[in-house]
Every structure is written in C-alpha cells, then in structure tokens.
Write a protein that binds this ligand. Structure first.
Ligand code: ADP
Length: 481
C-alpha cells in the first residue's frame, strides 16, 4: 500500500469489521443465554404446574393412578388427557421408577430414549434437578427439569419436563444470519466511508504537495502556501513550510545580492586594470617578452570582465531587475549582424558557416541587444565545439505561429547524460580542460541564453549526438499584429 489514503481506508475498514464482529458475537452470546434462561423458566414452570395439578387432583379425588389393561399402573384418563396439553416432553414416574405418564412428544420417541427420560425422572432425588441431555446418539438434545412429587399420594415419584434446545437456538441463529447479511454491507459502507474520510483529510496534503512543487527555483521563493483556517497538524505544517520558505528566500536574496555586489565591485578595478595594461602595451620600445606578458594579461582581464558581466547579469535577472527593452525588430537584421562576427570566428577556426533566412521580414517584439547576445553565444559555442572542416548553420523561420531560430553544427556533440545539465550555471562538459585552454569558457553562456529566451516568453531546446553535432533551437513568440 503506497498511499496513506489506502492504508487509512484499510485500517478503518479492519477496525470497523472487528467492532461489528465483536458486537455480533456479544449480542449472539447474550441472546443465546437469555433464550436458554427462558427455556429453563418455561420447563420449570411446566414441571411445577404439573406437580400443582397432581396435588390438587389428589386432594379432590384421592386415587390418581389405576392399572391399565396390561396391569401396569398409569395415570387416570381424564388427568392424562389434561396433561397432553403441556407442550414437548413431560414424563411422570411412579415412586418405584415405573412410567405413569409420557406426553405425546415423548411417546413418539424410541423405547430407549423414553427409558432414558424415565431413568432421569426416577433417580433417587428429592426436591429439584435440571440439566441438558442428548437422547440416544442421534436424538434431540433437551433441557430438562425434574420435580419430586411429594403431595400427590404415595404412588408418585417425579415429574420431568423437557424441551428441545433447538427452540432456544432458533432466535440467536436468526440473529447470526442477519449479522452475516449486514456484515458485508457494513464493510462496504466502511470502505466507502474510509475512502471518503481519507480523501477529505488528504486533499489538503495533496494541495500542499502541488503548491510546494510549484516552487521550483529561487525565483518562485516569494510564493507562500495557503494557510488553512483550522490550525490543526496540517495548518502547523503549512506554517512551518512557510517559515522555511521565508528563511530560504532571505538566504537566496542575500546570496544574489552578494554575487551582484561582488560582480559590480569587480567591474571598476577591472576597467582600470584593462586601461592600464592597454596603455602599457602602447609604450614604445618594450621588450618582446614584456609585450607577450602584457598581451596575455590583457586577454585574461578581458575574459574576467566577460565573466563578471555574465555573473552580474544573471544575479540581476534572479533579482528581477534585469529589464528588457522590447521593441519590434526584424530578426533577420540581428541574424545578419551575428553572421558577420560568426563568419570571422568560423574562418579563424577553419569552419564553414551558412545562414538561411526567409525572404519576408520576421518581426518580433524583443530586446534586440539581449537576443543578439543569445544568438552570438550559440554561434560562438557552435564554432568553438566544431573541429576544423566542420560547418555551422544558422536558420530562421516560422514555427507553428511562432518564430524559430536554430544553430546547428557538425561538432563534437554532447553526451546524452550531459544534456540535462548544459543549461546549469558553471557547468562544462569537459571539465578536465582548463577554462583558458583550447576551448575557453566559464559555463555561463547557455545559462544566460536560457534566461534570455524564457524572459521573452520563449524557450530553448537542444538535440545532440556525440561526434555528429548539436542543434540548439530557440522559439520566440511572434510580435502581436
Ligand atoms: P562554455 O563557456 O563552457 O561554452 P556554455 O554555458 O556556453 O559554457 O556551455 C556549457 C557547456 O555545454 C560547454 O562547456 C560544452 O561542454 C557544452 N556545449 C555548449 N554548446 C555546445 C556545442 N555546440 N557543441 C558541443 N557542446 C556544447
């Protein structure tokens, strides 16, 4: 069971099923014992009523027993007719243990079973006795009560009144079958109720998960989760998460501010350094060695200045203070501008460059300098990562009501495992290479490209095959006409 919802429902159903079963068991046992008590009461009263009747008749008539045709002592006929009205088993024995009377139910039994009843009633007893007995191996189980008859003349021994226990089992058995019917229904209801309760309780959790998922990066840290009205456990969880978000936001902001401030503070000394080195290079009569050193230093300063610019831009973008100066422009003109720089780079690298633009204007509302930076970054990368003899192709055209610009190269390509990281800051595929070596760079170019594309409501995608080449495609919304 993977979800709390499932587990809660299962536990709830099991708990309810156990409660119902326990309730059914207690009710059944209680009802059964009440039924047996009722049965006992009724046979006891039958026995005492019969004893009372015998005593009464004895006082009125005297002799109640006379011999039958076979010479056995039996109860006089009108008295035995009267006793036939007593339900189930009624057996009356003489003081010597012989049978004086057996009700019709008792007479319907086999001889052995009647004998069994007679023996029970002829045991040497005084007062009362009761119990449960099974008649024969296959006969009915009966509850019986034996009353010793003392005031109906010297002939009488005892009266046994009995009843089949089945009559006491019928009511509880019916109750049990009713429960057997209700239990599955109850379980179904429990399952539904459990699901409903779990759903109600966990909808709030689902909502929290959705809201937290929407906070994907540093830029959405200003968002807060909706605090529920009820301050229960979930309410406290939301509050705790919100407090954590506040702390995270504060730390992120501090980090961004630090990067922006540090980059900003580095800009001026770098400019001064650059101006100083540029001036020094022009000093006449410099030794060749000094000149080389100064040129290398200048290269490094330029690279550092670019890095600081990139960092400052990303820090400002994160803070939301890198404004876009949008205006409608023909993208073809930007592509042509970049083409000029690209061709110079390509020629230097021994790579051919092709550009395909449509005949009609491609108007988009963008910040021209940012888009130029984006395309130039992609073209620079394409040339940088394409060996001598390769080619770079820039293509501009419409794409499903939007504008697509692709930069494809036949270069070294990017390993599939690296693809998800290439837009990360400071990420470079061949980290073994130095930042100033064969293919210099800091790993910020694509992070900036991504930001520029997304800030314009567009997106940037990459398709690459190692050894075959890479294609970056930027899709931008068309200008509203
Ligand atoms: P870098 O300054 O290192 O070029 P980027 O952010 O521009 O930084 O690129 C990140 C990494 O993505 C590069 O280091 C390189 O490994 C890979 N990459 C970018 N463009 C290409 C390309 N056209 N072909 C192959 N790899 C590329």
């Amino acid at each position: 069971m993977q979800t709390i919802r499932g587990r809660l429902t299962a536990w709830y159903s099991v708990a309810l099923a156990l409660t119902l079963a326990a309730f059914a068991a207690v009710l059944y046992l209680d009802r059964r014992s009440a039924s047996y008590q009722d049965l006992d009461r009724s046979i006891q009263s039958e026995a005492s009523l019969t004893a009372g009747m015998l005593a009464e008749s004895y006082r009125a008539r005297g002799v109640l027993v006379r011999p039958d045709s076979a010479g056995h002592a039996v109860l006089i006929p009108d008295l035995s007719a009267l006793l036939e009205a007593v339900p189930e088993f009624l057996v009356i024995t003489a003081r010597d243990g012989s049978l004086l009377f057996a009700s019709s139910d008792a007479r319907a039994l086999t001889f052995q079973k009647v004998e069994q009843l007679r023996e029970l009633a002829s045991a040497p007893i005084s007062g009362r006795a009761s119990g449960t007995v099974q008649l024969g191996a296959d006969g009915p189980t009966i509850r019986y009560a034996v009353h010793y008859v003392s005031d109906a003349g010297p002939q009488f021994g005892a009266i046994l009144a009995g009843a089949n226990v089945r009559s006491a089992e019928v009511g509880p058995a019916q109750l049990l079958s009713t429960f057997a019917l209700i239990l599955p229904l109850g379980l179904m209801a429990a399952l539904l109720m459990g699901t409903w309760i779990a759903n109600r309780a966990l909808t709030a959790v689902d909502q929290i998960i959705t809201e937290v998922r929407e906070i994907t990066d540093g830029r959405s840290l200003h968002r807060r989760l909706a605090v529920p009205v009820v301050k229960d456990e979930l309410g406290r969880l939301v509050q705790t998460l919100n407090q954590m978000l506040t702390r995270l936001e504060r730390n992120f902001a501090a980090l961004r501010r630090f990067t922006a401030d540090a980059s900003h503070e580095l800009k001026t000394p770098l400019t001064v350094l650059r101006a100083g080195v540029e001036r020094a290079i022009t000093t006449p009569g410099l030794a060749q060695e000094t000149l080389v050193t100064l040129e290398e230093t200048l290269q490094e300063i330029k690279r550092m200045a670019e890095l600081v610019d990139a960092l400052l831009m990303l820090a400002r973008a994160d803070e939301g203070i890198a404004p876009l100066h949008r205006e409608p422009v023909d993208l073809r003109s930007i592509v042509t501008e970049v083409q000029e720089t690209g061709e110079l780079l390509a020629e230097e690298a021994g790579v051919t460059m092709e550009v395909a633009t449509p005949a009609e204007p491609v108007i988009v509302s963008v910040d021209a300098s940012r888009i130029r930076q984006l395309i130039l970054n992609l073209v620079t990368n394409a040339v940088k990562y394409t060996p001598v003899g390769g080619s770079v192709r820039m293509q501009l055209g419409p794409a499903n009501g939007r504008v697509a610009l692709s930069v494809a190269d036949t270069g070294i390509g990017i390993a599939p495992g690296d693809l998800p990281h290439i837009f990360d800051r400071f990420w470079r595929a061949d980290s073994a290479r130095t930042r100033t070596g064969e293919r210099p760079g800091a790993g910020l170019g694509l992070a900036i490209c991504k930001w520029i594309a997304e800030a314009h409501g567009g997106q940037i995608d990459v398709v690459s095959r190692p050894g075959r080449g890479t294609t970056f495609t930027v899709v931008l919304p068309s200008a509203q006409r």
